[in-house]
Design a protein around this ligand. Sequence first.
Ligand code: 2AM
Ligand code: CA
Length: 269
Amino acid sequence: MNLTFRDELFQQAKDWVLEAGETIRNKIYDPLTISTKADRNDLVTTMDRNTEYFFMANIRKTYPDHFILSEEGYGDALEALDGTVWIIDPIDGTMNFVHQKRNFAISVGIYHDGIGEIGFIYDVMADVLYSAKRDEGAYKNHTVLPQLSMQKNIYESILGLNHFWLCDNRLVDEKVIQDLVKTVRGSRTYGSAALEFASVAEGIMDGYMTMDLAPWDIAAGIVIVNETGGRTTNAFGEPINLLQKNSVLTCNPAVQEKIINDYMEKGRK
Ligand code: 2AM
Ligand code: CA
């Protein structure tokens, strides 16, 4: 992607992300219409749909040759990541949005021919924007994020996990995850994959692992984590495929290999 065009695209996407966030903040206490999708805990609200519609309408008008991969149905059915693709989760952490009115994010990744060029994760209620362009570093608002420390060891790490490994252990023996949880210094669950990626990029969490995420949960995060020297693979160290769901491990590289070799590979089913 031409760098001048990428700069313009970054600025335009950033304006839309901030505008969408401001709209959500202004309406945060409005009555919500809440529906469920795959199961009774898989929530969607009119705010999710309206926010995605806002992005879709703007992108289609301004960049008619771009594609959209998104959660709430306004995007394209893509079979490849050719061309420029916006990968959008209008609200990541919908359960937090509904129950807590905070701890959710707008997540927008822009990929060109499969390569992540731009990422935005906007913590809407905190008004904190994580952003990155490939090879140009990652930022938290206007401050550049430092490279992750290579001095980390697993015993002094904080690992983000959600609880699905307890309920649905199709992929890995839960005993091995129990060992991992006992080995690390602490575990956390924030309930927004995007914000968990942002925490890894910032170095306030050393890894985030989960068994089943959609492309829009992780596309922006991958770009941002890459720029602080982190790595994202599936939970067994294999490449992510952004056209399907994946298990995910995004991590400080100092501990990534150990988590994969000593735990995930051993517990793999
Ligand atoms: P969402 O809020 O956009 O649905 C919560 O642990 C994280 O997992 C959130 O990022 C949430 O995204 C995502 N998530 C929740 N249910 C999911 C599902 N059925 N499949 C994939 N990701 C899901
Ligand atoms: Ca969502």
